[in-house]
Design a protein around this ligand. Structure first.
Ligand SMILES: [Zn+2]
Ligand SMILES: [Zn+2]
Ligand SMILES: [Zn+2]
Length: 139
């Protein structure tokens, strides 16, 4: 996986240094959407010594090659790491956990004469964990 990403990044003239690789590893294993600042803090917490600018730059490049999806939540941009296969997301508004949804059955009617090239669909709500905690289902 990393090898594939490396060649994609190479096409963007982006070199995967040890620190950037560590950041990518950290990011790709998280199942939560994060802001650049949160990601930077997580990196520092894991002993990856990178600057916030590096985080921003990496997110920019990864978004460009389609390995990252940005979301707007409460007026802030959150990012989640993505696979290349077509999928949708369910994003929890409370804990920001992201679930990938691979079934695609969306049928929307488009205006006459318009040709759809691709679509994006993300669902926002509360995840089961949060719902359980809030309503005390297991108490
Ligand atoms: Zn995704
Ligand atoms: Zn949640
Ligand atoms: Zn779809």
């Amino acid at each position: 996986m990393i090898t594939n990403i490396r060649s994609l990044l190479h096409e963007q003239n982006y070199r995967l240094t040890q620190e950037r690789k560590a950041l990518l590893g950290l990011f790709s294993h998280a199942n939560k959407a994060r802001t650049p600042i949160q990601l930077h803090q997580a990196a520092l917490g894991a002993g990856v010594g990178i600057g916030l600018t590096t985080v921003y730059r990496m997110l920019e490049v990864l978004t460009k090659i389609g390995l990252v999806s940005p979301f707007l939540l409460d007026g802030a941009v959150y990012y989640t790491y993505c696979t290349h296969s077509h999928h949708h997301h369910f994003i929890c508004l409370d804990c920001h956990r992201v679930n990938d949804l691979f079934d695609c059955q969306q049928e929307l009617s488009t205006p006459d004469g318009c040709v759809v090239e691709y679509h994006k669909l993300d669902l926002f709500g509360t995840c089961a964990t949060f719902t359980r905690e809030r309503f005390g289902e297991f108490n």
